[in-house]
Design a protein around this ligand. Structure first.
Ligand SMILES: [Zn+2]
Length: 343
């Protein structure tokens, strides 16, 4: 017999009391990242959940959510997708999208990593976050006003705020992997935004037990969801310090991870890795991966545009022709490797 999963029915009042228990107080400024369905069955849906957050911090507090949008590798930018902070939907979930549509919300203008804020500091937190600012500027501002970071039901991933720590630790521009998107500026003109991709984040959950030991993060439950609350400043500072002292903490163990394998090569970290994988020990493997990755990085070095119609046609490609295309790549790769060895 199949076991039935039991979903707890969670009311708005229950959410408010759970928020209090984990440490959210009136007048707090809180960045929230979440998965609604992990809380249980929330009576009243996203709207009731947003009301609960706003009531918990009260009129002197602030709630901020990520309303990030799409981007593509620079050699494959969609020609018919134009980001407009006034209207483009977010892919970060139904709650942030509902939050963005609230009448009293303010959204920042960053073409990829916009945030939406409601409450006392909405204007301050969003101001200046645009195509010319750093990706995660609202989080550093949140740290300055003693704000808090709350994640609900998304494990130990520390979504978004982790990148501000990587930025401060100097990891952002190590590997050139550029992404781009078209956007509409203040005057309505269409422009192209190009910036480096944030570093790999696979290893971040491993930092949470350390952060808990240091007393930086507090864990608890909102409804059924495992949740984390931390002062934004402490969280960013401690993570950045850990990564600055030991950049190898950022490296995942996936041989195919372009960012991690290139970062360890460019920062000369191979000798410092605790418990290295076989591909991090063997000189032959290190050289081979470096050659392949050099080839893989080429698609980040030229800008080109593609219509989404073209994308659709490509997805419909048959399995045979896909395999043939992949096989034909092999001689090209071998040629590149031979060329590398003799030059
Ligand atoms: Zn990685």
């Amino acid at each position: 017999m199949k076991a039935k999963s039991i979903r707890l029915e969670v009311s708005k009042d229950r959410i408010i009391s759970d928020l209090r228990r984990i440490g959210v107080k009136e007048g707090d400024h809180v960045a929230v990242a979440l998965s609604l369905k992990s809380i249980g069955y929330v009576k009243g849906g996203p709207e009731a959940f947003i009301d609960a957050l706003l009531e918990a911090v009260g009129p002197n507090g602030t709630i901020m959510m990520n309303t990030h949008t799409r981007s593509w590798i620079v050699s494959d930018i969609a020609s018919d997708y134009i980001f407009d902070y006034r209207s483009t939907s977010t892919w970060t979930g139904l709650v942030p999208e509902t939050f963005r549509k609230r009448r009293n919300s303010i959204r920042s203008k960053h073409p990829r990593f916009s945030v939406t804020v409601i409450g006392k500091l909405a204007k301050i937190l969003t101001e200046g976050h645009d195509e010319n600012s750093s990706f995660y500027m609202p989080f550093s501002k949140l740290a300055k006003v003693d704000g808090k970071y709350l994640s609900i039901g998304i494990g130990n991933r520390l979504v978004a705020i982790r990148h501000e720590a990587q930025h401060l630790a100097g990891l952002f521009d190590v590997v050139p992997m550029f992404l781009g998107v078209k956007y509409r500026d203040n005057e309505g003109k269409v422009k192209i935004y190009i910036a480096n991709r944030p570093p790999c984040t696979i290893k971040f959950p491993d930092l949470v037990p350390v952060l808990r030991k240091k007393g930086v993060v507090k864990t608890g439950r909102i409804g059924m969801a495992y949740s984390i609350l931390a002062p934004a400043k402490d969280l960013i500072d401690v993570m950045a310090e850990m990564l600055r002292k030991k950049p190898t903490l950022n490296l995942c163990a996936n041989m195919g991870c372009l960012w991690c394998r290139e970062a360890e090569r460019r920062m000369n970290l191979h000798g410092n890795i605790e418990n290295p994988q076989c591909f991090q020990k063997s000189i032959l493997m290190i050289k081979t991966i470096a050659l392949i990755n050099r080839f893989r990085l080429k698609k980040f070095s030229f800008v080109s545009f593609r219509s989404r119609k073209g994308k659709f046609a490509r997805r419909k490609e048959s399995r045979e022709s896909f395999l043939l295309r992949e096989i034909l790549e092999i001689p090209r790769l071998l040629y590149l490797m031979v060329w590398e060895i003799y030059h």
